[in-house]
Design a protein around this ligand. Structure first.
Ligand code: UDP
Length: 216
């Protein structure tokens, strides 16, 4: 897919955006993760098709840029959430909110000490627009994410508070190769795009809960 899009971008002299991911850092040993960190990915694990697929797509972007001068923009997107996620999306924010609103137990995988940094969708969209409007020399990759870092236990507490739910928590097995920690270093985005997230987790959760209350 990435190669076909690059072929089209080259033929049409178009600017091309690649939605890369924090998953290129795998289970990171450097914390927080700057763009210069090359990552720690298990190439044969359960998540490998996603992680390595995204890494290979970045490689193609930069090869087309070097060989054919294609105007590329690569963002490494960290966990993003907000209204219009699907209730059965399976990711942690939507799972917890839907479970809390239905008074079901919140499913915590592992011991819940693993961390993620959650970016509200509006902040991400603003970052993407700024990236596409930035000077042509700026290819990225650039981290786009909220540096606020939370354990899944803390997220569960925050969701229960925000929904005013009587839900309990239940512990389930941790999926294979689930990263232990994740937090973007956003210095590059601040410097090049004058961007940093504006919506804190509490406010973003409130807006997302409102959406799911109406939906389910
Ligand atoms: N997770 C969880 N309960 C769920 C869904 C996910 O505890 O119902 C955990 C998952 O194991 C991971 C974290 O929440 O450690 C974020 O998972 P998600 O799939 O949302 O994003 P990703 O792992 O791709 O960062």
């Amino acid at each position: 897919g990435a190669m076909h899009r690059l072929g089209m971008a080259k033929a049409n002299n178009a600017k091309i955006f690649h939605a890369s991911t924090s998953e290129v850092y795998g289970d990171p040993t450097v914390h927080p993760q700057p763009e210069s960190y090359r990552g720690h990915v298990n190439p044969i694990g359960l998540r490998a098709c996603y992680d390595e697929g995204k890494r290979a797509a970045e490689t193609l972007m930069f090869d087309y840029h070097r060989m054919h001068g294609v105007d590329i923009r690569v963002a490494r997107i960290f966990n993003t959430y907000g209204p219009r996620m699907r209730p059965d999306d399976g990711r942690v924010v939507s799972n917890f909110i839907v479970q809390a609103l239905r008074n079901e137990s919140l499913t915590i995988y592992g011991d819940g000490s693993q961390t993620r940094s959650f970016c509200f969708v509006d902040d991400l969209v603003e970052g993407l627009i700024r990236l596409m409007d930035s000077e042509p020399e700026f290819t990225g990759p650039v981290n786009l994410g909220n540096p606020g870092e939370f354990s899944m236990l803390a997220l569960a507490d925050a969701v229960i508070r925000e929904t005013d739910s009587g839900s309990a928590t239940v512990f389930k097995p941790l999926p294979e190769d689930d990263p232990m920690q994740r937090r973007p270093d956003i210095s590059l985005a601040q410097e090049m795009l004058d961007w940093r997230p504006q919506v804190e987790l509490k406010e973003g959760l409130a807006r997302t809960v409102t959406y799911f209350r109406d939906l389910i």
